[in-house]
Design a protein around this ligand. Sequence first.
Ligand SMILES: Nc1nc2c(ncn2[C@@H]2O[C@H](COP(=O)(O)OP(=O)(O)O)[C@@H](O)[C@H]2O)c(=O)[nH]1
Ligand SMILES: [Mg+2]
Length: 442
Amino acid sequence: MMSILWILYIAILIVCITNGSEFEFCEASNEYTENSEKCSVRKHFMRERYILYDVNRPEGFNLRRDVYVRIAVFLKGLVKKDKEFQWHLVLPPWGNLYHWQSKNAGSQVHLPWANFFDIGSLQQYISVIEMYKFMEVYSSGDKEIELDCVYILQHDQEMFKTGKFEDKNEVVDCARDSLRYYKLEQHSYAGPFWDYRNVTARDVKCLKFHGTASDLYRNLMPTRYKSVMFDHMEIALHDEYGSKEYWRARRSMRYNSKLYDIAKDYRRTFLNSTDEDDNTKRPADWTEEVNRRDAIGGPYLAVHFRRRDFIIGHKATVPTIEDAASQLQEKMDDLGLNVLFVATDAEQHEFEELKSYLPQYKVLKYVPSKYVINKFKDGGIAIIDQIICSHARYFIGTHESTFTFRIQEDREIIGFPAKTTFNILCKTKKKCAKASQWQIVW
Ligand SMILES: Nc1nc2c(ncn2[C@@H]2O[C@H](COP(=O)(O)OP(=O)(O)O)[C@@H](O)[C@H]2O)c(=O)[nH]1
Ligand SMILES: [Mg+2]
């Protein structure tokens, strides 16, 4: 009886195969399947690869935004080179930043990128996925996420001692006690992982690294790893700082449209500034932007006046409030402007002091409503300040502040003459550091 059944089974199988029917071997699932569509879906998932990253904890919002550009250009190059796999960048959630301490902002952890940026615009440059979405897709319903490999980038201290810098990409022994990753069991490590408790890694490697981001291609090993994370990604340098590709990645970082709306409203209400009057209209789609230098900007001077930790960390270049006021006054008179917009992290009494030196002008700063601070958090308020500064007729920033750099980039993209953008407050009128000037390339 058994053998008759066997013969019948084999006969059916032969008929199926010779008919070219649905039975086929699916490598993706390592089985015969009658459903080739299902197989190709499986195959598709087999090709997905995810890159994750994190940045040195104390780094601020605006350096982190620069690290994104590095990794975006890196991924763009990778996608061009490697068509075998489908590469995605997982966006590390925002949170726990040293500067984000507003009491009325509610929780400021695990904030998705969509809070600050326009995800559709980012997608037009590379494939990105928010962390919470990645967790859903990657774990297929399970609560635990296990990454395949984490590389912790580390400076080569020897190079800093000798001053001789050369490319390096070398897996080294981890000095485990100094790391925030630790072994739970064989092939399982816990670690900071953006403050998620349910994330672990199968492997953690320390990488003595010096070089540009694309030197990390070789560490991806996509036939072995589906997900690779780079911690301390700020150590990898730009592949093409200031190139056309750099600026494409930077241009894809449009903000959440609600933040533009708030800034627009403020400009219209308090600064007599509209895109029509100021010649600052932009295409809705960043890929349609073109090279121009004819933006006029609203009838106000904007200053980014960085205080707090900068007063100590950048003593040699940050002016006193009185000195800053006197420099601003000179420029306002020069330009015939009587409205000053101040973006600052100063204490309220410092802002009042600045105002007291400039009684003849209208001196304003953006004060968010309770709703806005609670919804968009400190990062959103920073961006609103940056948008307002980037639409001013003339901008003066703070030397070596990445907050200022991001405003300068936005002004370059909008199309202002460079001389209205690359200006910084001097220590005093007589003592001035040289401002860097990174102009846009199209
Ligand atoms: N809203 C607002 N926040 C600021 C301003 N200046 C500094 N901050 C805050 O302080 C942080 C400065 O850190 P970071 O982004 O690293 O820029 P950098 O330290 O100036 O290079 C910002 O992210 C903001 O949270 C400002 O003009 N307006
Ligand atoms: Mg900083």
